[in-house]
Design a binder for this molecule. Structure first.
Ligand SMILES: [Zn+2]
Length: 440
């Protein structure tokens, strides 16, 4: 089986860090050995040598930075063509841009080609684990799962459930949505590194019956996730109050059916009330903070620090195509600014922790990915020390790893990602433009 031996600067976390560097594992001269897709050794070079390792056998990248692969907890594979669509907020944006774009996925060949591009773009951005909305077409979910499986990528996805208030061509029914989801779970959940997320788009596009059927899937199928949207836009919230007046508030549209659990991921959560925050924390529901999307669609400033302090697990996500980039580095840049507007300066240690082990822990995958603990799946990125002249020049001024990380999260994008490895296999290399497609 394959073996990788890298000697480089290595950064990872073994818990939530503080600014002093507690829980930060930074090796100026480190060695990472991967065997059979798993982390076998991660330590400083001197102690590796003392353990009998011949450092000559390692590929030596003294100026690069190796860190665990990035985890994106909320993204739409069907919306690459919707990024950078002008001039609307959420509800009009869905009607004018998103639904027409998703309609194209009725064509199986189109869905297959789009799935190939989505996973390749994600890997090029350094993302090795994604939680993905496909479309309401079951074959679009099949296409995405098959492409991720071919690359041995860790991916959790679901067919969108949507039986009302959308283009008729995109609507399923409560029954067909249930049957299609169940079949997809049986085909893909637990296969390789894949997982299934029951995926009602949001309460506005699912009937009460469909939300009840989603809860049934959660109860009947072990360890599946739930992913949806919540409290993104003020107009959306008012609209939901009008169509579901019996619900106490937005959260109740999910909570009353048992859909708020520790395996439930809610994108956005910008405008939650104190009561909703408290109940979300009680249930263990996970929030996906999507800063580029929230700014681009004018949705609002997500109170990340407030939710974290209340005990709600908060992850960070791209939300392409409301979000404007698959790059989690660009996502961090906007997260920093959103937090700054609320008086909180997101420290680079916390930011990179959240992209890796923090996001993994939020979505219950930290026993598999997110760190370089021995035995973890070897998903990692190699950061190019000279991705652009300005970054190279700015990094040269840095005297600490925290300063350097802050440059990457402020100025960086996918040009910073020299290589991406999934389960110990190189799946992207920006210099060779290696695209490890099926059969390659
Ligand atoms: Zn979304």
């Amino acid at each position: 089986m394959s073996k990788i031996a890298l000697r480089s600067r290595i950064l990872s976390f073994h818990g939530k860090p503080d600014q002093s560097g507690h829980n930060v594992d930074y090796l100026e001269d480190g060695v990472l050995i991967v065997e059979s897709g798993k982390v076998a050794i991660c330590c400083d070079a001197q102690s590796a040598e003392r353990q009998g390792l011949d450092l000559q056998l390692c590929e030596w990248l003294p100026k690069h930075l190796v860190m665990p692969g990035f985890i994106d907890t909320h993204v739409h594979s069907s919306q690459i063509d919707v990024i950078a669509s002008y001039g609307t907020q959420l509800l009009d944006w869905l009607a004018n841009y998103t639904f027409p774009a998703e309609s194209k996925f009725a064509d199986e060949a189109y869905a297959q080609a789009a799935a190939v591009d989505f996973v390749d773009y994600s890997l090029a951005a350094g993302t090795t684990t994604s939680f993905v909305f496909t479309t309401s077409h079951a074959h679009a979910a099949d296409a995405l799962f098959s492409e991720a499986f071919a690359r041995d990528m860790r991916l959790v996805a679901g067919k969108v459930l949507m039986d009302q208030n959308a283009l008729p061509a995109l609507q399923d029914t409560a029954e067909s949505g249930f049957e299609d989801s169940l079949a997809l779970i049986n085909r893909w959940h637990g296969k390789g590194r894949l997982g299934y997320a029951v995926t009602p788009r949001f309460a506005g596009t699912s009937s009460v019956l469909q939300l009840k059927m989603a809860a049934r899937l959660m109860q009947e199928c072990d360890d599946v996730w739930l992913q949806t949207h919540m409290s993104e836009n003020l107009e959306e919230i008012r609209w939901l109050e009008s169509i579901y007046p019996e619900a106490k508030d937005y959260l109740d549209n999910y909570d009353r059916f048992g859909l708020v659990t520790e395996r439930s991921i809610f994108a956005h959560c910008i405008h939650l009330s104190e009561s909703e925050i408290r109940r979300l924390a009680d249930r263990g529901g996970v929030v996906a903070f999507c800063p580029t999307s929230n700014l681009f669609l004018g949705s609002g400033l997500m109170p990340m620090e407030k939710l974290t302090a209340a005990g709600v697990p908060v992850s960070i996500a791209s939300d392409v195509g409301g979000g404007t980039s698959l790059s989690m580095l660009m996502t961090l840049a906007e997260a920093y600014k959103v937090c700054q507007m609320q008086g909180y300066s997101l420290h680079p240690f916390e930011a990179f922790y959240r992209l890796t082990l923090g996001n993994a822990a939020a979505v219950n995958l930290d026993e598999f990915v997110g760190s370089f603990e021995i035995g973890r799946e070897a998903d990692f990125v190699v950061i190019d020390p000279c991705p652009t002249p300005i970054i190279e020049r700015r990094v040269a001024q840095c005297t600490t790893i925290a300063e350097e990380l802050f440059v990457y999260m402020t100025l960086g994008d996918d040009r910073c990602i020299e290589r991406t490895y999934c389960h110990g296999i190189e799946r992207h290399n920006k210099f060779t433009q290696l695209i490890a497609r099926p059969g390659a």
